[in-house]
Design a protein around this ligand. Structure first.
Ligand code: SF4
Length: 218
């Protein structure tokens, strides 16, 4: 039996509950993490965040006032550190110039925020949606490779793409920001613990509803 998107949400929620995703203490840390996590694992991001904090760099103000090469040295463990330091410095500077603080930014409309973020170098769709959803509390579902893999394997959607998933999730789950935040978190956990490149279907909490698993049993 294939699930709807909300059906998948409910099955995942029964297993994972509230994940508290995104793993950050402040809005600033979400924005920083959204850039650092590009093309690397979260454990490498954590090392970079630790190094930044150790050196007193916690906010967008701290980043904007730091020489880019110094920032690059702190975030070395996240990979592509020269590129990411330029991106982070530029993003922090532009946010501060236009909005002052992320708290003020969050009161803007989602359309205005998308228009602001989209042209910024290094802010692709996934990064933008992560910032909108987790730093600014806007109903923008963040789709990553894990989401596409799980939607495809379970049969929740046929031929899912970044944009078709965003539209379908929005239709099914609406603008419920806490739900959208948790859905992404649960999909990350499902992908990391069970729906890996080589899936561990026998232990997976949604195997009874998964097309991939069903086909593998035939
Ligand atoms: S049953 Fe297997 S393929 Fe399906 S979601 Fe779980 S791990 Fe992925």
């Amino acid at each position: 039996m294939n699930l709807s998107i909300s059906g998948l949400y409910n099955k995942l929620y029964a297993y994972f509950g509230d994940t508290g995703w995104w793993p950050a203490e402040t809005r600033d840390e979400v924005v920083i993490g959204a850039i650092l996590t590009q093309n690397t694992s979260w454990s490498n991001v954590e090392k970079a965040l630790f190094e930044m904090k150790k050196n007193g760099v916690r906010t967008l103000e701290d980043i904007a006032s730091l020489p880019v090469d110094q920032l690059a040295a702190y975030i070395r463990s996240s990979g592509f550190y020269n590129q990411k330091s330029r991106r982070l410095h530029s993003l922090a500077t532009r946010i501060l110039e236009k909005y002052g603080k992320l708290d003020s930014m969050s009161s803007e409309s989602m359309t205005d925020l998308e228009d602001f973020l989209r042209p910024i170098n290094g802010v692709g769709q996934e990064t933008m949606d992560s910032i909108l959803l987790y730093a600014l509390d806007k109903p923008a579902f963040a789709v990553d490779k894990y989401t596409i893999r799980i939607f495809s394997r379970t049969g929740v959607m046929e031929d899912p793409t970044l944009y078709s998933v965003k539209i379908a999730v929005s239709k099914d789950l609406g603008n419920d920001v806490p739900m959208l935040k948790n859905f992404h978190g649960m999909l990350v956990y499902l992908a990391k613990d069970f729906c890996k490149t080589k899936p561990k279907c026998d232990e997976c909490p949604v195997r009874s509803y998964c097309a991939y698993y069903e086909a593998s049993m035939e």
